[in-house]
Write a protein that binds this ligand. Structure first.
Ligand SMILES: [Fe+2]
Length: 483
C-alpha cells in the first residue's frame, strides 16, 4: 500500500512515444504531469450562475503499455475546471489506483491491457494490489458526500474534491464485486441504483444505496451468459436492464475480441421493482442491439419508456490479435433509439429516433427517472471520424421531434456534454452544456460553454485550458454548495 508521503508527490508519466499504438496517437497521447493553473483565459462571457467544478475522467497511461494498448486500459486521470467569482482554474490528477502505485514503485508497467487481462502479473510483483488493475478511468460521481471515480470492472475509488485519491471504496464491505461506471442517482430520493457484472456467476448483481450512503439492498440476477453491461435505466418505481448479447468469451482470448457480439443469444429487457427480489424480475424479448448509454427512463401506467444510443453490432476492439499499428475497434456506431416495454401485454420493442450517429448521451440530471423532453448527444457529422471521435453537440426536443446541432468543425473534437443547471432557472433546459473540445489546428483544448436553450448558437464562452486535455470518457458537474 502506498504511503501518504508517496501520495503527496506529483506523478510524472514516462510514455515518450505512441509506440505504433493507434490508441496513443494524436490527442489520445497522455499528458505527462499533474498541474494547477489559476486564471485560465476566457473568451466570451461566463454566466453568472455557473459556479462549481466540471470534472472529466479518462485514460492517461503513466507508463509505456505492455503489448497492445486499448483506450479502455489507461490509468484514470481526472481533469477539474472550477468556476468561481469570474475566474476559472484547472487541475489534473491521476487516480492513484493500487495497481498504479505498484507500477510507480517499480518504475514500469506490470499490468497488461484488457485484451490480455488473464495474463496476470505474479503476486511477487503485485503484492496486495491484486491481479487486475482497477484504473478507475471511466466516470466520476458524487453520492452521500463522497466523490467516486468509477470503472466497471472493479470497486469505485474515492477521491477528494482536490482530486487526490483516498482508496477503493466498498460501501462498508457491502458491495461484493464490481460497480458499473453508470449508476443512476434519483434526484428526488437521493438513492443510488447500481449494478455490477461478473465473468463468473452470478453474472449480474443489482444494489440500492440509500441517500445517506448505506448500501441496503442487493439482488443476484441470473443471466444466460456473462455480458458487458454498461448502463441501466431507472424509473420512479423500476430498475430496468438491457441484457444484450455482447458476451465475454474468454476462450477467444488470443484468437480475437474478448467481448463478442453474439446475436444468436437473443436480447431481453429486464424490469423489476427498485427494491424487488430476483423473483419479481420480468424479462421481455427484444431484437438484439447493444446500448452503452441510456438517457432517462419513465413509467406511464403499464408502459415503460426509455431512450438510448443503440449499436446494431458493437465492437470496441478488446483484441490483442490485431497487428500493432492497426486499429482494432470497428466503426460500428450507435444511433439514438426509443425503447418501450408493455407490462400488461408482456411485449417490448424499439424504433430509431434519428439517422445521425452518436453517443455520450446526457440529460438534465434532475429529470432522471421521469419523462424527459430534451436529450443531448455527441455526434458525427464530419467524414472519416472513428468510434468515439465526435465533432458535434446535438439537442433533441422529443416533444416536437426536432434536432438542433452545433459542430466544432473539421478540426474540432467534442467530448461528452454535461448539463449544469442554471440555479435561477425553472425549465428543463435552463442551464448550460459544458464540453471539453480539442482543436487539431491549435493542439489545444477549450472547455466550451453552450446555452442549453440554444445549442445551435454555439459556445457563449470558451475557457482556454493551459494545455490540451487528452480524449477521455465521462464527466460531471459538481455545483458549488450553496448555503
Ligand atoms: Fe460510459
Amino acid at each position: 500500500m502506498p504511503s501518504s508521503t508517496a501520495r503527496a508527490e506529483r506523478i510524472v508519466g514516462t510514455v515518450t512515444n505512441a509506440g505504433n499504438q493507434p490508441d496513443l496517437v494524436g490527442n489520445r497521447f497522455p499528458v505527462a504531469d499533474e498541474i494547477d493553473a489559476a486564471n485560465c483565459p476566457v473568451t466570451g462571457e461566463l454566466p453568472e450562475g455557473l459556479r462549481g467544478t466540471f470534472v472529466r475522467n479518462g485514460p492517461n497511461p503513466a507508463f509505456e503499455p505492455i503489448g497492445r494498448y486499448n483506450a479502455l486500459d489507461g490509468d484514470g486521470m481526472l481533469h477539474g475546471i472550477t468556476f468561481g467569482d469570474g475566474t476559472v482554474s484547472y487541475r489534473n490528477r491521476w487516480v492513484r489506483s493500487r495497481g498504479l502505485d505498484v507500477e510507480l514503485a517499480r518504475g514500469e508497467a506490470i499490468y497488461p491491457g484488457l485484451g490480455d487481462v488473464m495474463n496476470f502479473p505474479s503476486r511477487e510483483l503485485t503484492g496486495d494490489a491484486g491481479p487486475v488493475k482497477n484504473p478507475a478511468n471511466t466516470h466520476v460521481i458524487e453520492h452521500a458526500g463522497r466523490w467516486l471515480a468509477l470503472w466497471e470492472g472493479g470497486l469505485p475509488t474515492e477521491v477528494t474534491r482536490g482530486l487526490d485519491t483516498v482508496d477503493e471504496y466498498d460501501f462498508d464491505g457491502r458491495l461484493r464485486g464490481a460497480m458499473t461506471a453508470h449508476p443512476r442517482l434519483d434526484p428526488r430520493t437521493g438513492e443510488l441504483l447500481l449494478f455490477g457484472y461478473s465473468l463468473f456467476e452470478p453474472y449480474l448483481r443489482y444494489h440500492v444505496v440509500d441517500a445517506d450512503g448505506t448500501l441496503s439492498h442487493s439482488v443476484d440476477i441470473d443471466l444466460p451468459a456473462p455480458v458487458m453491461m454498461h448502463d441501466m435505466v431507472m424509473t420512479e418505481h423500476h430498475a430496468v436492464f438491457l441484457d444484450s448479447p455482447f458476451v465475454f468469451d474468454l476462450a477467444n482470448l488470443g484468437k480475437g475480441p474478448m467481448v463478442r457480439w453474439m446475436p444468436e443469444h437473443g436480447a431481453r429487457i429486464g424490469v423489476m421493482p427498485r427494491r424487488g427480489t430476483a423473483d419479481e424480475l420480468r424479462w421481455f424479448e427484444i431484437e438484439p442491439g447493444h446500448v452503452q448509454h441510456f438517457w432517462s427512463g419513465w413509467a406511464d401506467g403499464d408502459r415503460i419508456e426509455f431512450h438510448g444510443c443503440r449499436y446494431d453490432n458493437p465492437d470496441f476492439g478488446i483484441d490483442n490479435t490485431t497487428e500493432l499499428g492497426q486499429r482494432s475497434a470497428k466503426d460500428h456506431n450507435a444511433r439514438p433509439a426509443r425503447f418501450w416495454v408493455d407490462l400488461a401485454t408482456g411485449t417490448a420493442d424499439w424504433e430509431p429516433m434519428d439517422d445521425l450517429e452518436g453517443d455520450f448521451n446526457r440529460i438534465n440530471p434532475a429529470y432522471d427517472g421521469v419523462s424527459v423532453r430534451y436529450l443531448y448527444m455527441s455526434a458525427f457529422t464530419e467524414p472519416d471520424r472513428h468510434l468515439g471521435d465526435f465533432d458535434a453537440i446535438v439537442k433533441y426536443d422529443d416533444e416536437l421531434a426536432e434536432r438542433t446541432l452545433w459542430s466544432a468543425g473539421p478540426s474540432g473534437h467534442v467530448g461528452e456534454s454535461v448539463f449544469a443547471a442554471d440555479p435561477a432557472g425553472t425549465a428543463e433546459d435552463d442551464g448550460w452544456l459544458l464540453n471539453a473540445v480539442y482543436d487539431d489546428d491549435r493542439d489545444a483544448t477549450d472547455l466550451v460553454v453552450l446555452d442549453a436553450r440554444d445549442v445551435a448558437a454555439g459556445p457563449i464562452a470558451r475557457v482556454h485550458l493551459p494545455r490540451r486535455m487528452p480524449f477521455g470518457f465521462h464527466a460531471n458537474w459538481f455545483p458549488e454548495a450553496r448555503s
